[in-house]
Every structure is written in structure tokens, then in C-alpha cells.
Design a protein around this ligand. Structure first.
Ligand SMILES: C[S@@+](CC[C@H](N)C(=O)[O-])C[C@H]1O[C@@H](n2cnc3c(N)ncnc32)[C@H](O)[C@@H]1O
Length: 252
């Protein structure tokens, strides 16, 4: 859906209440998402942190003091903020975090420009995104309703406006793997440096059932699987990870 001011809103706010109810009753979901949030927390620099596209805002449970936001007003977000206009918030941020937001943006490079302008020198932009790895492509194409087509995400990474929801789960892989040279050159112009691309989530995450299906394994067992996944060599996780964690730093 496109708002009257031209911002594309790609998430049905009506789903939020159902998502919050699922979060409250699923220990499995909380175990795996909590682990992802800890991964984010470990990469933060000291200072004020803003989350963009917070959805039901549960990252705040792991990162106290996190300022949540969304592009539409919701009862879960502290502020209304567009990913394309982060610099309009005033004081610069030490960290800007976006989980599962990038692949909904028709103009990802405009988002990076607005984040660069909103970060303090040395500040970090942290993304958690679906990863179109060898396993990720198969998994998302079979079990997820949104398209996973990294081959359709090509420079200059501008997607035509439209009425329909926009999503391409291949966005992160295309930007940070297939077209990494193009992306890093653009980031350089914006004053951002790509400092990390890491992969995670192989089996424990699908076993939670996500927000739409029941979990198939209990939370305790999922924690054991997560610990085992963490011990996989990085090059294996790049083949079978379902999510990627991307870190960019604003040059001093
Ligand atoms: C798939 S949801 C992810 C929600 C949450 N971060 C999570 O991981 O559960 C995508 C979120 O991005 C938000 N969003 C979409 N377009 C946006 C934009 N242009 N600016 C800021 N947020 C946006 C949606 O409103 C929604 O909350």
C-alpha cells in the first residue's frame, strides 16, 4: 500500500495484534528471536539506538532503552519514522537497527543515505535480513509467501512504485553478496563502510513455525540447536544460513 505522502507501506498493521498474541504464547519463537536480538545487542556501540520498522516492538525486551519506530502509528512503536527520512529526527544515533525491513523497501539505497545522515560519526547501521543462501532460497520458496528472487534485485536497486505490497527476500543477498562491489562503492559515497556480513539460523528458526505456524520443537531443544548452529564454521553458515546480519559503520 502507498501512503498519500508517497511512502510505501508494505506491512498490514492488522497483522500486528495476531503477531503479538503469537509472541506471547510461543516460547519457541521467543527463544530464537531472543537469540537474534542478543546477536544484534552484541554489535551495538554505546549510545542511543533507534529501531526502524519495529513491528510489534519486541526487540526492546532484549535491548532496554531501544527507541522503536514504524512508518505508521502503532501502539507498539515509540515514534513514527520513515526509513527514507531518518535524518529528520534531530540528534544523531549511535545505532540504527532494521530487522526484516530492507527487503520491503523499493529504494534501499535511499534508506542507506538517510541512515548515514542520521548516524553519529562511527555510528552503526545493523540489518537482520532473510538470506538467499543455497538453503535459504529453497526454504523461502517452499515455505514463505513472499518472493525470494535475488536475480531480480539488480543495480541501481530502484523498484517501480506500485499499489501492491513490495517484498523480495533476495534483497540482502543481492546487495551484499552478488553485487557487493557496487553496493560498497555506493556506501563509500554515503560515508558508510560495510564492516560485517554474517550468517545464522539453519534449523532452529524454521522449527519455531514463525508467526504463522505452530512450533515443532520445544524452546529448550531449540536453544541447544542454536548453540550447535553457532559452532558451525562461517563458510558453512554462508551456505545454509536463513538469515544474514549486516553491519555498516559511518566513517568518522
Ligand atoms: C516484516 S515487518 C518486520 C517487523 C519487525 N522488525 C520484525 O522483525 O518482526 C516489516 C516492518 O517494516 C515496516 N516498514 C515498511 N516500510 C517501511 C518504511 N518505508 N519505513 C519504515 N518502516 C517500514 C513495516 O511497517 C513493518 O513494521
Amino acid at each position: 500500500m502507498t501512503r498519500p505522502d508517497g511512502q510505501d507501506v508494505t506491512y498490514d498493521p492488522g497483522l500486528l495484534a495476531a503477531g503479538a498474541a503469537k509472541w506471547a504464547r510461543s516460547a519457541a519463537l521467543r527463544a530464537v528471536y531472543g537469540d537474534i536480538f542478543c546477536d544484534v545487542a552484541a554489535r551495538l556501540r554505546p549510545g542511543r539506538s533507534l529501531e526502524v520498522g519495529s513491528g510489534i516492538g519486541v526487540m526492546k525486551q532484549t535491548i532496554p532503552g531501544l527507541v522503536t519506530s514504524d512508518v505508521v502509528p502503532t501502539s507498539y512503536a515509540d515514534r513514527v519514522v520513515s526509513a527514507y527520512a531518518l535524518e529528520q529526527g534531530g540528534e544523531p544515533w549511535a545505532n540504527i537497527i532494521a530487522m526484516d525491513v530492507l527487503h520491503h523497501l523499493r529504494r534501499p539505497l535511499v534508506f542507506f543515505a538517510s541512515a548515514a545522515a542520521a548516524l553519529e560519526p562511527g555510528g552503526r547501521l545493523l540489518l537482520v535480513e532473510p538470506a538467499a543462501t543455497a538453503w535459504g532460497r529453497r526454504f523461502y520458496r517452499c515455505f514463505h509467501h513472499e518472493p525470494c528472487q535475488p536475480e531480480e534485485v539488480v543495480p541501481p536497486f530502484e523498484f517501480a512504485p506500485g499499489e501492491d505490497e513490495f517484498a523480495n527476500m533476495g534483497m540482502g543477498w543481492s546487495l551484499f553478496e552478488t553485487n557487493r562491489d557496487f553496493t560498497t562503492a555506493r556506501l563509500e559515497i554515503l560515508g558508510l563502510e560495510l564492516t560485517e556480513v554474517a550468517y545464522r539460523d539453519v534449523l532452529a528458526y524454521p522449527a519455531t513455525g514463525g508467526f504463522s505456524r505452530p512450533a515443532v520443537l520445544p524452546a529448550g531443544l531449540l536453544r541447544t540447536i542454536l548453540a550447535a548452529e553457532r559452532r558451525l564454521p562461517a563458510r558453512w553458515r554462508r551456505l545454509v544460513g536463513l538469515r544474514m546480519v549486516v553491519v555498516m559503520s559511518r566513517r568518522p
